[in-house]
Ligand binder design. Sequence first.
Ligand code: VNL
Length: 182
Amino acid sequence: SGVGTMSDDASTLLRTISWFTEPPSVLPEHIGDWLMETSSMTQRLEKYCAQLRVTLCREGFITPQVLGEERDQLPLDERYWLREVVLYGDDRPWLFGRTIVPQQTLDGSGSALTKIGNQPLGRYLFEQKSLTRDYIHTGCCEGLWARRSRLCLSGYPLLLTELFLPESPVYYTPGDEGWQVI
Ligand code: VNL
C-alpha cells in the first residue's frame, strides 16, 4: 500500500490507455474542456485546492527500448529523460504525470528540465517564451481520462502524459447542490 504502489499502478495503467487523435464523441463536454486546456494544468488545478504538491516517483535517463508506444511520438535518440510524478490537491492524489524529454531537447534548450525537482513542471515550462505545442491527444482507460501533449522548447520536442485520478476535479460537475462527483 501507499504512494509507491499507487504510482506503480498509474505507470502500468498508462500503458493501457487508448489514444484518440480527435476528442471522441463519448467524451463528456466538461471533461473535454479540462483535457483540451491549452495553458498550464497546474495553474488550473490550483484553483480547486489550498495546496498543490508534487511528489517525484521516478526520475532519470532511460533508453528508447523501454519507451513503449511513446516512441512513435518523439524523434529517435540515444537516451531520454524520464520524470514521473503524482500531483496532490490538499493531499488527495489528482494526477499522474509522466514526461519524456529526448537528449537533443536537453542539449538544445538547456538541461534545466532535469533540475526542477519538486516544482511542478508546468510552472517552469509555461514561463519559457520558446514554448509551442504540436498537439493534444485525449485518451482513456478503466473509466479514467488522460491526455498527452507534445510540446516544443525552441523547436525541440518533449512529451507530457497526464492521467487524471478519480478524485481530481476533472470529474466534478456543478450540480444543484454545489459540486458533485459523477
Ligand atoms: C508535472 C506536474 C507533470 C503537472 C505534469 O504532467 C503535470 C511535473 C506531465 O511536475 O512533472 O500536469
